[in-house]
Each structure stands twice: as structure tokens, then as C-alpha cells.
Write a protein that binds this ligand. Sequence first.
Ligand code: C5P
Length: 214
Amino acid sequence: MVAVDGPSGSGKSTVSRRLATALDARYLDTGAMYRAVTWGVIRAGVPLSDPAAVAAVVAGLSLEIGTDPSAPFVRVDGVSVDGPIRGAEVTAHVSAVASVAAVRQQLVAQQRAIIADAGRIVVEGRDIGTVVAPDASLKVYLTASAEARAQRRSLENAADVAATQADLARRDKIDSSRAVDPLTQAEDAVVLDTTAMGIDEAVARLRELLDTRV
Ligand code: C5P
């Protein structure tokens, strides 16, 4: 099992998916899970500032997520939410929902069950090497400069670079400073800075690292 953590725009999703495909492994995007339950909370119309109400809604949701790296999908109560979870509204609120302890408990339990069933799997998120799977065979912390991360995200979303950089900084701050399971680098994680590194190079580097560990 490979844990890939790091901030938004570090290349985590692309690198993790490509790595899973190359290894013929499963792939789990835990950010998509937090985004999907955020979509459910917004749909329910409860105040996002009320952690108990948010947790109650999330406890009642049925969340399904695919683990085939070539065909990712996520559903909430049977509704496909792959498009909406990448939209501005979910992106604006996901870090608040992800900072609710009961929400994290529920999703971490679901993530551990998926990992236990999967065999070989690459899992990406913020707390995978530190909380979800501290016994991962390889822990990677992907990072990149704030400018490079904003540049990548704005290309993906056809959005303004400065506004994207401000939004990433806002989410990074919430994700790194929250009381429960903040984004931190595991002590035994290999740090890979992708600022000046292409996707292929990053994937090749991780494959080398895995080969040396088996
Ligand atoms: O990776 P992505 O940017 O899609 O994640 C969206 C949000 O979900 C993050 O900003 C973070 O607040 C939350 N998240 C988390 N723990 C994870 C994965 C994502 O708190 N393991």
C-alpha cells in the first residue's frame, strides 16, 4: 500500500492515479470522499458552521467510491457527483466539513475498510501516512511551490491564477491547522518536490523507490 499525501496542486492526484495504473493496483482518492460528503451537506441545507448538524447529515449519507484508476466514480445516495464535487461551491466548503471530527472518523473508517479489501492500492489525501494507514509500505509527501500549484490548478479549472493561489492558501491553512488529523508530513515519508518535475518523472521516481523497498 502506498500513501501519497500533500497539499492541493502538488500533483498528488495525477501522480497517484498513474502510479496505480503502472503497478496494476487500485486507487483511492480520499479528497473525493470529503468533497462528496460536502456536496451532501450542501444539498441538505444545514448550516456549515454547525458541526453537529454537519456530522448528522454525513452519518446518514451512503457514499460509494470507485477504486479502478482508469474509471473513477463517486456517488452519494446513488447520485453520481463526479462533476459537482469539483465545482466552486464544494471547493469553497470542503475544508470546513473535513475539519469536523465525527466526519473524519466516519470517512477514515470507510477508507480503512476499502484499503483492507483492496490488496495493492495507492491512496492519496492529507492524513494517509499519518492517520489512515501508518503502516503503509511507502509514504510519499508530494509538494511544490505555491506558484506552481496555483498555476496547475488554474489550468485545470480555467480560473484566474491569483484567485486560485489565494484559494489554495486558504484551504492549506485550514487543512494544516485543524485540530483533528491536520495535513502534516509523516516522519518516515519520502518528500518529493514536483515544482520542476514532470508527471512521468515523479511516477518513475516513486516506482524506483518502491523497487528498492520490496
Ligand atoms: O485532494 P482534494 O483537494 O480534492 O481534497 C479536498 C479537501 O478535502 C482538502 O482541502 C481537505 O480539506 C480535505 N481532505 C482531508 N483529508 C484527506 C483528503 C482531503 O481533509 N485525506
